[in-house]
Design a protein. Structure first.
Length: 118
């Protein structure tokens, strides 16, 4: 499984960005897709998750109501729409994929930098 994240950039507080993750490889290995982020000096944070059908989603409390995760299985993409961005959303964002279980055995893409200025 290969994952390629894109869409990061610099945005002012209150603005929006849309991250995309292009996936390839065995579909069974990416039944569940997620976005994580890591800010300098902080631990990696699990931001959002979506299952294959899109019928299950998870959001961290810190982004609930502002971020929306979605996927297009026909296009092999997972997106993260980020609205009402705050400076504390500044981080490197990573997409990940797994078949099941915890994220320790997941596939990871390279990160994309999101910077929110105040």
């Amino acid at each position: 499984v290969q994952l390629q994240a894109s869409g990061g950039g610099l945005v002012q507080a209150g603005g929006s960005l849309r991250l995309s993750c292009a996936a390839s490889g065995r579909t069974s290995s990416r039944d569940v897709m997620g976005w994580f982020r890591q800010a300098p000096g902080k631990e990696r944070e699990h931001v959002a998750t979506i299952n294959w059908s899109g019928g299950y989603t998870y959001y961290a409390d810190s982004v609930k109501g502002r971020f929306i995760i979605s996927r297009d299985n026909a296009k092999n993409t997972v997106n993260l729409q980020m609205n009402s961005l705050k400076p504390e959303d500044t981080a490197v964002y990573y997409c990940a994929a797994k078949a099941s279980g915890d994220w320790s055995s997941a596939y990871w893409g390279q990160g994309t930098q999101v910077t929110v200025s105040s």
